[in-house]
Design a protein around this ligand. Structure first.
Ligand code: NDP
Length: 448
């Protein structure tokens, strides 16, 4: 069985690599899903005939465009931007926008592909997509960021809409950027409707959207811990990143009695042997919001310039919340030597292929982002329905819906997760459960 699976996967991947050369991140994301689902597809005549995996690994379309804007000196700046619309099999395209110099079609195709499965797991009618630009907001003024967002939306507005494609935020795209983007969308289209999520509360945003990914991650990790009969109280948790997902995950882990022993950014890691306080987390947020590094750390935090948090401090649960491939095999070995037993991904695809294999060999309990970080898109889904009905839910109600959704995702994934080295294979469970839902829709549509 495994040999057949490996052979089928290799044939599939060779064809993909041949037609999409140099798209390493995309290949990495597809290979993981194909390995877990290709025999499910081959063993189901309707799925096999529909060639679901072949169809999903070719986005419905990729829109590429130029963004021209003026910087504060009056000089013309030119960036590249894309919207990848991967699949609308079960609902409108849905996925964030990322602004980072590393953004390229491979990164966005991997993110759009993962989003299809993640969105299916939420139980909401959401297809998958992703977009963004190679624009680097570091060191840019607020006025420059506004002009860039307005220029980007002047083109993007032609390809999105509430029943068609609904972007949200991602790395370097938060409430401020969504405000600028929504203002431009409204201006160009002359319509006020929910074509973006993550909006401010005064113009259609949902309560708890900002917190949803990080808090949802901690709710999911809580179910993993309960499944392993482990306690949250006093659990040592290493978090990477210092942005939206990382700081909200740290805040909720702290609120639930865990000890948060690290945060980090692209410049280095902050370590707290005795655990961080809410004041420490607030300081990190403040430092990042004002464009500073994390080096001038207050008492109780140690800053390691150029370092990652993995292995720098004892921790049982790892929450990688920065970016793709941030945790490689050597770093994971260091973390295991420092006590790591479980991983719940806040970022998308934060582990390299080598780290995933090591986690499996060592019997770590490991949840993939498409399950454990789905809380953000789930609340975006609720934002869409609140916009459509013009009725808004309280923070308490949204929080309770978020808890229910994360619990349901955990159950759905666990039901398809075979044991591997004595622990449930959450990765396989998420891939198969997401695949089945999308495959049923695609195979119902016929050859289209
Ligand atoms: P933010 O922009 O708020 O924060 C990103 C953080 O990651 C920053 O601290 C940044 O450091 C750090 N980072 C980025 N690139 C690197 C790198 N190459 N090496 C080390 N650190 C890096 O983004 P989010 O918190 O929104 O997103 C984080 C991850 O979570 C991403 O993978 C995203 O796709 C995923 N995600 C986000 C969701 C959301 O709702 N926002 C939903 C689901 C997943 P620095 O400031 O120094 O650049």
């Amino acid at each position: 069985m495994t040999d057949r699976r490996a052979a089928l996967t290799e044939t599939f991947m060779q064809a993909l690599r041949d037609r999409t050369p140099q798209e390493d991140e995309f290949h990495q994301a597809v290979e993981e899903v194909v390995y877990d689902t290709i025999t499910v597809e081959k063993n189901d005549p309707a799925f096999a005939r529909a060639r679901v995996l072949d169809r999903l690994s070719e986005p419905d379309r990729v829109v590429a465009f130029r963004v021209v804007w003026e910087d504060d000196t009056g000089a013309i700046q030119i960036n590249r931007a894309w919207r990848v619309q991967t699949s609308n099999a079960i609902g409108p395209y849905k996925g964030g926008l990322r602004f980072h110099p590393t953004v390229n079609p491979s990164v966005l195709k991997f993110l759009g592909f993962e989003q299809v499965f993640k969105n299916a797991l939420t139980g909401l009618p959401l297809g998958g997509g992703k977009g963004g630009s190679d624009f680097d907001p570091k060191g840019r003024s607020d006025a420059e960021i506004m002009r860039f967002c307005h220029a980007l939306m002047a083109e993007l507005c032609k390809y999105i809409g509430p029943d068609h494609d609904v972007p949200a935020g991602d790395i370097n795209v938060g409430t401020r950027e969504i405000g600028y983007l929504f203002g431009a969308y409204k201006q160009h289209r002359g319509q006020f409707h929910g074509a973006l999520t993550g909006k401010g509360p005064s113009f259609g945003g949902s309560a708890m959207r900002v917190e949803a990914t990080g808090y949802g991650l901690v709710y999911f990790a809580g179910h993993m811990l309960a499944q392993q009969n482990r306690e949250k109280d006093g659990l040592r948790v290493a978090v990477s990143g210092a942005g939206n997902v990382a700081t909200h995950a740290a805040e909720e882990a702290l609120a639930q009695g865990a000890k948060v022993v690290s945060l980090s950014d692209s410049g280095g890691a902050l370590v707290a042997e005795e655990g961080m306080s809410q004041d420490h987390i607030n300081w990190v947020r403040q430092a990042k919001a004002s464009g500073q590094g994390l080096d001038d750390a207050p008492d109780g935090l140690r800053y390691n310039a150029g370092a990652q948090p993995w292995g720098a401090v004892e921790a049982e649960l790892l929450l990688p919340c920065a970016t793709q491939n941030e945790l490689d095999r050597d770093a994971l070995q260091d973390a295991i030597d420092a006590g790591a037993k479980m991983i719940a991904e806040g970022a998308n695809m934060p582990l390299t292929g080598g780290a995933v294999k090591l986690a499996q060999q060592k019997g770590l309990v490991h949840a993939p982002g498409k399950a454990s970080n789905a809380g953000g898109v789930a609340i975006s889904g609720l934002e869409m329905s609140q916009n459509a009905h013009g009725q808004y839910l309280s923070a308490e109600t949204v929080r309770s819906r978020l808890k229910d959704i994360m619990g349901n995702i955990h159950q759905t994934v666990l039901a398809e997760a075979d044991p591997r080295n004595g622990v449930p294979d959450y990765r396989q469970g998420a891939n198969i459960a997401g695949y089945r839902k999308v495959a049923q829709a695609i195979s119902a549509f016929g050859a289209i």
